[in-house]
Write a protein that binds this ligand. Sequence first.
Ligand SMILES: CC/C=C\CC/C=C/CC(=O)SCCNC(=O)CCNC(=O)[C@H](O)C(C)(C)COP(=O)(O)OP(=O)(O)OC[C@H]1O[C@@H](n2cnc3c(N)ncnc32)[C@H](O)[C@@H]1OP(=O)(O)O
Length: 292
Amino acid sequence: MAVVYRSWKALTQNAILTRSVSNSLRLYSQKPPAPVVPLVNVEVDDKSGVAVVTLNRPPVNSLNTPLLTELGAAIKNLEDNKSRGMILTSSSDTVFSAGLDILEMYNTPKDQLSAFWTTLQSTWLSLYRSSFPTVAAINGHSPAGGCLLALSCEYRVMVGPKFSIGLNETQLGIVAPPWFVICMRDVIGHRQTELALTTGRLFSAPEALKIGLIDSMVSNKAEAMAEAQKFITQFAKIPPLARKLTKESVRGEGIRYMEDNMIDDLQIFMDLVTQPKIQKGLEMYLATLKKK
Ligand SMILES: CC/C=C\CC/C=C/CC(=O)SCCNC(=O)CCNC(=O)[C@H](O)C(C)(C)COP(=O)(O)OP(=O)(O)OC[C@H]1O[C@@H](n2cnc3c(N)ncnc32)[C@H](O)[C@@H]1OP(=O)(O)O
């Protein structure tokens, strides 16, 4: 019995050894697993209580469902912790955000497409109506959805002069939904919004400053962060509840639009984006981006 036991033990140990050697060899020949890197970094300054939320999805911070989900969770967390303010910026030196990830809209199964849009809707609403002050420190190009994020903050400081910003949807053959329009109109007015949206114009930072699409232009990210901090500091002595209710009142149209129209807005998006003509347009646009 002891012999049988020893042989069985030897056999199993051998098998374990062989397995572990072959596993090691297999592991050795495989790439090590990629470390899980957050798509959104949040750092809260101990002294000021201000959070710096950094978009971190190289190369261009295009907004896909996981990134939007992380951003939404970060905003909720700041809300739950009664944050003093948030600065939204990017880990890239040249791109704030390239807008919505076109790959999420091109050739995508309907359930994924729907999850993508509803995540965008809810993350946008949490940013737009956040109780704490928000600043976009735009340290790179900021087209389309990138511009929407910036417009949803209360103040925009942009590194210039070489980066661009705007809602360029019509240039892609797609249509900026009403809540994109409200965001832009509330910042630059009806006339400039009509001109900007119908042409799908991207503005250089100096042009954006001229029409009020950004509040300030600086020459580097450090200056942008300092100015963003300064903007938030001015609220230190304003009672937070009065501030929050006032912001909700000023932004009431956009908030109500989203709350009342979430399902219709999703349906319109799905109907539009799944049209073969729009899909072809997105395919061609992706090809031009890749050919660059
Ligand atoms: C009713 C409602 C219906 C519809 C509403 C839908 C609303 C949509 C709003 C949107 O946000 S649509 C997205 C619009 N975005 C753009 O037009 C920006 C496109 N990107 C650029 O112009 C440039 O990439 C940049 C100026 C942001 C940065 O330029 P650069 O630094 O030279 O990078 P590359 O162009 O070389 O790009 C690197 C890499 O990333 C890919 N990429 C860029 N943008 C996107 C994107 N938005 N989605 C997916 N992928 C994108 C690009 O193809 C390159 O890929 P490689 O594989 O070649 O590395």
